[in-house]
Every structure is written in structure tokens, then in C-alpha cells.
Design a protein around this ligand. Structure first.
Ligand SMILES: C[S@@+](CC[C@H](N)C(=O)[O-])C[C@H]1O[C@@H](n2cnc3c(N)ncnc32)[C@H](O)[C@@H]1O
Length: 247
């Protein structure tokens, strides 16, 4: 398979960006609430959503974080996205996705049980949970956790591109300046499996912008958003530098 992630024989489908509403531009990180950000997209205009909301159960893991910028933050770094807002979030994600597309949601085991029926009620089919094996356990006291889940949803029906890979993806965690950062190689795997060159990737809770970095590396078009200024700075800087290097 070519380095770009374009499966042999597959063609990309470029969406004319002029169709998008004011305030949206690729690689410009939006600063709104996730649901308001998604509301800017027309119906059936997005090829894939990969996202990682700060779900309620994350409260357990809160601790003092020192970011790469030196900002010390204890608690404020993640404003929780409450469970009772998942219905409006998933309805918007379902609306903006084209037919026959995929939606990946990072979560822990507790949140997985909460969100699966809500997403199904919004129209998604849950294909299966994917396990992100972090290769080393965290500091929990009972049966130390060394995985997170990525719930894999379908709108309509779509086969994966690429190889038949197992549903356990092993990748060491990264911490390059923002908490809860997801590794770019893991995000690239999801993008390769479910999107093509030139297609539109959206992450409404983009944090440090890992999804955008993976999208840039694979020549996808990225629209990201985060309400937290520190996140937007890190994400815009990473994606901007990479796009410069690649052109
Ligand atoms: C778990 S983190 C995402 C981390 C990201 N996956 C990464 O690789 O850096 C969740 C992000 O959602 C943002 N956030 C919290 N509530 C939000 C909301 N209502 N709308 C948009 N972003 C929100 C937080 O600022 C945080 O950066």
C-alpha cells in the first residue's frame, strides 16, 4: 500500500470546501462548544468523525498536569462533557456524516456502556469496540488498566479499506504537552481503514490535534475544534508546522 494510505484502486472524493459555512476552514481550529461547531456543517458533508470527549468518568483520573508550554492545570484542563449531552452530540455527528461512513469514539469501559445505546438510538450501528492496548498498565489499584476503548460505529454500511487487522491495537501512550493525547500512529490506522485521500475528517474535541496531525500525514482535509485555548494553540502549531513541512 502506498505511504499515503490510499488503498490501491481507490479514488478519493474531494468535497468542494465552498459548500461549508462561514467560520469553517481546514486546519483552523474552532473554539466553540462541540455541538455548535458541528452545526456549521451541512447535512451529509463529512467522511469520518474521530473524537475523544472528556466524558464524566474521566473525573476519577484528574490530576495536576504540566503542559509543554509550562501551564500548570489541575482540573480546568478538561471541562467534562456530561453524559446527558451525548444524545445531542451523536445526533449532530449522525447528521453531518455522509451515508456509509464510520465514526470512532474514544472512551473508557464505564462510558462505553453509557454511550452505546444512545448512539444506536441516534441511528448508528455499533460494529464493535476496538481496544487500544497501551502496552503498560496505569496506576489504578485493582486489576491495573492498560487499555482504552474506541467504539467503532457505522452510519449505513461500509467495509474497511486496507488490511484485516485485529481489534486490539497496541500503541504506547504519548505525552508531548497535552493530557489525554492520543498517539498519531493509532489515529492513522483508523483513518487509513475508513477514509481516502482528500476526504473530510472532523474532530470536535480535538485537544492537542492528534487527529489533525494524522489527517495531514495521510493527505486528508481536517476540521478540528476545542473550547480550551491551550489545546487550540498546541493543535494549530503541530498541524501548521506539519503542513509546512509537507508542502
Ligand atoms: C479528552 S480531550 C481530547 C484529547 C485529544 N484526543 C488529544 O489527542 O489531544 C477532550 C477535549 O475536549 C475539550 N472540550 C471539553 N468540553 C468541550 C466542549 N463542550 N466542546 C468542545 N471541546 C470541549 C477539552 O478542552 C479537551 O481538550
Amino acid at each position: 500500500m502506498p505511504k499515503t494510505g490510499q488503498p490501491p484502486g481507490e479514488t478519493s472524493s474531494n468535497q468542494p470546501l465552498s459548500e461549508f459555512s462561514e467560520g469553517l476552514a481546514p486546519d483552523r481550529i474552532g473554539d466553540e462548544d462541540a455541538v455548535a461547531f458541528l452545526a456549521r456543517f451541512p447535512d451529509a458533508s463529512v467522511d469520518i468523525v474521530i473524537t475523544d470527549p472528556p466524558y464524566e468518568s474521566i473525573r476519577k483520573y484528574k490530576r495536576v498536569i504540566v503542559m509543554a508550554s509550562g501551564v500548570k492545570d489541575c482540573g480546568k484542563w478538561l471541562q467534562i462533557f456530561p453524559n446527558d449531552r451525548f444524545e445531542e452530540l451523536f445526533s449532530e455527528i449522525y447528521r453531518v456524516l455522509k451515508n456509509d461512513t464510520h465514526f470512532y469514539l474514544f472512551c473508557d469501559a464505564e462510558t462505553m456502556f453509557v454511550v452505546k445505546p444512545i448512539a444506536e438510538a441516534c441511528g448508528f450501528a455499533c460494529v464493535k469496540p476496538i481496544v487500544w492496548d497501551k502496552a503498560s498498565p496505569t496506576m489504578t489499584d485493582q486489576y491495573r488498566v492498560r487499555q482504552e476503548y474506541i467504539l467503532f460505529f457505522e452510519k449505513g454500511k461500509r467495509t474497511l479499506f486496507g488490511e484485516k487487522i485485529p481489534n486490539i491495537l497496541t500503541e504506547k501512550p504519548v505525552n508531548m504537552g497535552y493530557p489525554t493525547e492520543k498517539p498519531v500512529p493509532l489515529l492513522k490506522t483508523l483513518l487509513r481503514q475508513s477514509s481516502l485521500i482528500g476526504q473530510i475528517v472532523v474532530d470536535p474535541f480535538c485537544g492537542a490535534g492528534g487527529t489533525g496531525v494524522a489527517a495531514a500525514l495521510l493527505e486528508r482535509v481536517f476540521f478540528g475544534n476545542d473550547i480550551y485555548l491551550e489545546a487550540r494553540k498546541v493543535a494549530a502549531d503541530r498541524i501548521g508546522r506539519l503542513r509546512d513541512e509537507l508542502t
